[in-house]
Write a protein that binds this ligand. Structure first.
Ligand SMILES: [Zn+2]
Length: 174
C-alpha cells in the first residue's frame, strides 16, 4: 500500500541544479581558531559569494535573458532582487530574483518600472508622459503593459507575494 509520502532524491546541490559551480570554502584549512579580526571581512566575502551564487542561479533560471527586453548578453545582465537585500524577506533565492539587463535593473530599482503580481510591466506615470529620444521611447515606455518573461518551472518563477509587496513600493514611489 502506498503511503503517499514524498520521496526526495538528492541532486547533489541545494538548489536542485545539477551543475552548480563550486564556491570555495574558507576557514577549513587552518588549524586552531580563526583570528576574530577577520570576521567582518569573512562576512563580506560570504555575502559576495552568496550574491554570486544568486546571480548564477537567477541568470540560469531565466536562460541568460532579460525578463523585460530579452537581451541575451550575460555581461549586461544582473540578478535583480524583487524584495531588496535589506528587507527581512529579501533572501537571495530565485523566486526573489529577476534577470534584468543593466538598464531595466536600474529602472526597476529606481521605481521607473514596476511589475504587477500578474507579471505585467507598468511604467511610472511621469516617465510615461515624458518626451525624449529612442532609449526612453523604446527602451522604457515601449514595455508598458507588456508581460515579463519568467521561467515556466514553478519553483523558479517569481513569487507573487514578493511581487505584490514590491509593487506597493513602486506605487507609493509614483
Ligand atoms: Zn532589459
Amino acid at each position: 500500500m502506498r503511503t503517499g509520502g514524498i520521496t526526495t532524491h538528492s541532486t547533489g546541490s541545494p538548489s536542485g541544479f545539477p551543475h552548480e559551480p563550486t564556491l570555495p570554502h574558507r576557514g577549513s584549512t587552518s588549524s586552531g581558531t580563526p583570528p576574530t579580526c577577520f570576521a567582518a571581512e569573512d562576512e563580506r566575502a560570504d555575502g559576495r559569494l552568496g550574491q554570486e551564487l544568486f546571480r548564477w542561479r537567477v541568470l540560469r533560471a531565466y536562460r541568460e535573458c532579460c525578463a523585460v527586453c530579452h537581451l541575451r548578453h550575460s555581461e549586461l545582465l544582473d540578478a535583480a532582487h524583487i524584495l531588496p537585500d535589506r528587507h527581512p524577506k529579501g533572501e537571495p533565492i530565485v523566486p526573489n530574483g529577476l534577470a534584468m539587463c543593466k538598464l531595466h535593473h536600474a529602472a526597476f530599482d529606481s521605481h521607473f518600472l514596476g511589475v504587477r503580481p500578474d507579471l505585467s510591466i507598468e511604467l511610472r506615470r511621469d516617465i510615461l508622459d515624458e518626451t525624449d529620444g529612442p532609449m526612453l521611447r523604446y527602451g522604457l515606455q515601449g514595455f508598458h503593459g507588456k508581460l515579463l518573461h519568467a521561467p515556466r518551472t514553478r519553483g523558479l518563477r517569481p513569487s507573487v507575494d514578493f511581487l505584490a509587496e514590491r509593487f506597493e513600493l513602486f506605487r507609493k514611489a509614483g
